[in-house]
Write a new protein. Structure first.
Length: 252
């Protein structure tokens, strides 16, 4: 069999795929890097063995993925290849999840955040600890307005708390994935807070417990606290998977 010849098991690649794989190869070999300008269109098309039209299609696809950016009148450049940008398509997966599968997404988040908080326990700075405490102090103020507390403000603070921990892990790709999932699970957590008002204070207590373990620089106890904390909303979502989150809710 001739090398590269298409077979039933290996269909011919589209010209757009050839472009994508070709540019990816240039990146992995170090021929291109963050901020690099792509060769002129004619030369690059010749090097990849594709038409200029196919090259443009491939470039557009890579621009959509955040790998390339086209500057009007200046050519096409490799982006900073920031993990947060490159992992943004994960948001589409989260958006397409049906309510019945929300618990599955939350389970993924639990696994990832348990690891991130464990890493953060040994890496975060004193300044980051102060920042986390300030977020929880904001929540204390929100709780004082009960029973008319601002639940959206509470969820925003909750989200910031988790994002700060993820960033403190020192692992940008991990933090980027968590950042996406934290934002996409906003709806499930807000629904839980509205449905069970007591869960707001419970969440704050759990956050304080997580912060205490971070202050002690104890990765295993921090991991355990985070796992228990996120398991609560995961189990709630699983138990109420068939309910309509848009339906009117009675006051708790």
């Amino acid at each position: 069999m001739t090398d590269g010849a298409p077979t039933e098991a290996s269909p011919a690649r589209s010209q757009t795929d050839v472009v994508i794989q070709g540019i990816k190869g240039m990146l992995t070999r170090g021929e291109l890097g963050p901020g690099s300008r792509l060769p002129v269109e004619k030369d690059l098309a010749t090097a990849l063995g594709v038409s200029r039209g196919s090259l443009r299609e491939g470039v557009r696809a890579l621009a959509t993925l955040g790998v390339l950016e086209t500057r009007q009148g200046d050519g096409t450049y490799v982006t900073a290849l920031d993990p947060r940008t490159l992992l943004s398509p994960l948001g589409f997966l989260a958006d397409l999840q049906q309510p019945a599968h929300a618990a599955d997404l939350l389970a993924v988040r639990r696994v990832l955040e348990a690891e991130s908080v464990s890493l953060a326990a040994t890496r975060l700075t004193d300044e980051q600890l102060v920042e986390l405490d300030a977020v929880l102090a904001t929540v204390d103020g929100i709780l004082e307005s009960d029973p008319d507390m601002d639940l959206e403000a509470f969820i925003q603070a909750d989200t910031e708390f988790h994002r700060l921990i993820a960033r403190a892990s020192g692992n940008p790709p991990l933090a980027a994935i968590i950042d996406t999932l934290v934002g996409r699970t906003f709806r499930a957590r807000l629904w839980r807070a509205i449905s069970h008002r007591g869960s707001v204070r419970e969440t704050q207590a759990e956050h304080r417990a997580i912060l205490d373990e971070l202050a002690r620089r104890d990765p295993e106890r921090a991991r355990l606290r985070m796992s228990i904390h996120l398991l609560g909303v995961e189990e709630f979502s699983a138990a109420h998977a068939d309910e309509d989150p848009d339906a009117p809710l009675a006051e708790a």
